[in-house]
Design a protein around this ligand. Sequence first.
Ligand code: 5GP
Ligand code: MG
Length: 177
Amino acid sequence: MGSQPKLCILFSRQEIDATVSRLAAEISQSYGDKHPLMLGILKGSFMFLADLVRRLDFPLEVDFIGLSSYGKDKQSSGKIKVTQPLRSPIKNKEVLVIEDIVDTGRTTAFLLDYLRQQKPASLKLCALTDKPARRQVPVPIDYLGFTVPDKFLVGYGLDWDEKYRNLPDLYIIEDKD
Ligand code: 5GP
Ligand code: MG
């Protein structure tokens, strides 16, 4: 066994808190009277979604969809599959997708395409973090928390090999390979 990977803090829980509040204010302006469906991408968005919806004081719905993810590897395979389908149809709903991170953009581009085929009334994207240096497929982010460097992040829902999701702050993980 190697040594423990090193974690360096990127955004503290206080900074995350302020950013989630800002996003909630922006989202409230557009969705306050629309009864949107907040659609979290499993598993990385669970904490962000939970914090976000607690700051929204209008009627909304929550659902989750599961997509294949990195596992222990850094690289996105490019092949995405739905591992947990939607519970109910999204036809004619105002759908706001909640993502943890847009990296190459492949996962999100696939998902937006997949959802669009089901004819929602509207479809927008809210991402906690954006890693533009690695983008391969263009993705329009309507609500963005943080732009982040080309490093592997963990904490606040994001994992490395299923660990670290429970950390309340966002970290860069180093020496993990
Ligand atoms: P993409 O398809 O945009 O390359 O990758 C999207 C997914 O890869 C994200 O939703 C996330 O699950 C995973 N991912 C990308 N970058 C990171 C990262 O820095 N940390 C973690 N934990 N997951 C990442
Ligand atoms: Mg994800």
